[in-house]
Design a protein around this ligand. Structure first.
Ligand SMILES: Nc1ncnc2c1ncn2[C@@H]1O[C@H](COP(=O)(O)OP(=O)(O)OP(=O)(O)O)[C@@H](O)[C@H]1O
Ligand SMILES: [Mg+2]
Length: 307
C-alpha cells in the first residue's frame, strides 16, 4: 500500500485524562490530509506523537514503514513540523531564522540560500530578509515559518493551524504553496479551523474530545450527511422571518442557522416545508445551495453528542 503514515489505536493520556482516545487512520503519500476539530479535540497532541515529540500511552504510529517511537532519528530529515504557535525566533532576522533551520538539517549555507530564494519566489515573498522576525505582520511571519519548516525539502510536512489569524489573501498564497508541495509528491498533514481550507484536503478526519467522529474525502462527507442539499431563504422582514421560523419548528419542517439576513435551512420533512413555503411565497425567496464542510462538521458533532 502507498500509506506513508499508519496510525493504529493511538491513545494519549495526561494523568487520568484521555486527550487522544483510541484513534486509527492512514495517510497516503502525496495527499493533503486535514485534521479538523474544536479546541481541545486532540489535534496538536496527535501531531506531536506523529512527529516523535510525545510518546503515546498506547497504540502504534508507523511513518514510512518505521515505528516513530523507535526511529525518530532516522526519520528526522523526512519530517517538517510547524507548530501551532509561531516557530520563528523573534529576535533573529528572517535570513537568520531560515539559516538556523537549514543548519539543523546539516545543509550548507549556499544550499540554504538557494532553497530560500526558490521558496520566497514561489510564494511571492518580497520581504527584506534582514528584518527582525518579531516585527513582521502575522501573515508574513507564518509564511517565513513555513519556508523554514520545509527548507530541507521534507517528505512529510506537519502544519498545526498554520494560517490561524492570517488574512484571506495571504491564506490563499499560503495554500498555493501547500498544494504545490502536494502535487510534487510531498505529503501534507494540516490542522485548521477554516472550513474553506479543509475543502482543499484530499481527506479529512473530524475529531471531537479525543475521538475520530468521521474520516473521508470532503465530497463523500457532504453526501453522507446531506442527502438533500440545503436551501437559503431570505425574508421580506424580521416579523415574517420569526413567524415562518416558528412554523418550521411547529411542523418539524427542518432546522437552520441565520447568517446576516439569510436562513440556511436543512429540510427534514419535504411536504411540510413546501406547504409553508407556498403559503408564504410572497414573503420570501428560496435558493438551492450546496452543503459546506462547516455544515458537515456541525451535524457530525450534533450526532456525536446525541449518542
Ligand atoms: N501536556 C499536557 N498536559 C495535560 N493536558 C494536556 C497537555 N497537552 C494537551 N492537553 C489537553 O489535551 C486536550 C487536547 O489538547 P490539544 O492541544 O491536542 O487540542 P487541539 O485539538 O490541538 O486544540 P486547539 O484547537 O485549541 O489547538 C486538551 O484538553 C488539552 O488541555
Ligand atoms: Mg492545537
Amino acid at each position: 500500500m502507498n500509506n506513508i503514515i499508519d496510525v493504529k489505536n493511538l491513545s494519549v493520556l495526561f494523568g487520568g485524562f484521555k486527550a487522544v482516545n483510541d484513534i486509527s487512520f492512514d495517510v497516503k503519500k502525496g495527499e493533503i490530509f486535514g485534521f479538523l476539530g474544536a479546541n481541545g479535540a486532540g489535534k496538536t497532541t496527535t501531531i506531536r506523537v506523529l512527529c516523535g515529540i510525545l510518546k503515546p500511552s498506547s497504540g502504534k504510529v508507523v511513518l514510512e514503514g518505521k515505528d516513530v517511537t523507535k526511529s525518530i532519528q532516522i526519520l528526522k530529515n523526512k519530517i517538517g513540523y510547524m507548530s501551532q504557535k509561531s516557530t520563528l525566533y523573534k529576535d533573529l532576522t528572517i535570513a537568520e531564522n531560515i539559516t538556523f533551520s537549514g543548519r539543523l538539517y546539516n545543509m550548507d549555507d549556499g544550499k540554504i540560500e538557494k532553497r530560500q530564494k526558490e521558496l520566497f519566489d514561489f510564494i511571492g515573498l518580497k520581504e527584506n530578509v534582514s528584518k527582525i522576525a518579531g516585527s513582521l505582520p502575522l501573515g508574513i511571519k507564518q509564511m517565513v515559518a513555513l519556508c523554514a519548516t520545509v527548507i530541507h525539502d521534507p517528505e512529510i510536512i506537519f502544519l498545526d493551524e498554520p494560517t490561524a489569524g492570517v488574512d484571506p489573501k495571504t491564506r490563499e498564497r499560503f495554500w498555493e504553496l501547500i498544494k504545490n508541495m502536494a502535487s510534487s509528491g510531498k505529503t501534507v498533514f494540516v490542522t485548521t479551523h477554516y472550513m474553506d481550507e479543509a475543502s482543499y484536503c484530499n481527506r479529512i478526519v473530524l475529531m471531537d474530545k479525543g475521538s475520530i467522529i468521521d474520516f473521508d474525502c470532503p465530497d463523500n462527507l457532504k453526501t453522507k450527511y446531506f442527502k438533500q442539499k440545503p436551501v437559503e431563504i431570505k425574508f421580506k422582514d424580521n416579523l415574517v422571518q420569526n413567524k415562518i421560523m416558528k412554523e418550521f419548528e411547529n411542523q418539524n419542517a427542518g432546522y437552520g442557522y441565520i447568517f446576516a439576513d439569510t436562513l440556511r435551512f436543512f429540510v427534514n420533512n419535504k411536504t411540510n416545508f413546501e406547504n409553508i413555503i407556498s403559503e408564504y411565497k410572497k414573503d420570501l425567496t428560496v435558493t438551492q445551495t450546496e452543503a459546506t464542510l462547516e455544515d458537515v462538521f456541525l451535524k457530525a458533532l450534533q450526532r456525536e453528542n446525541k449518542k
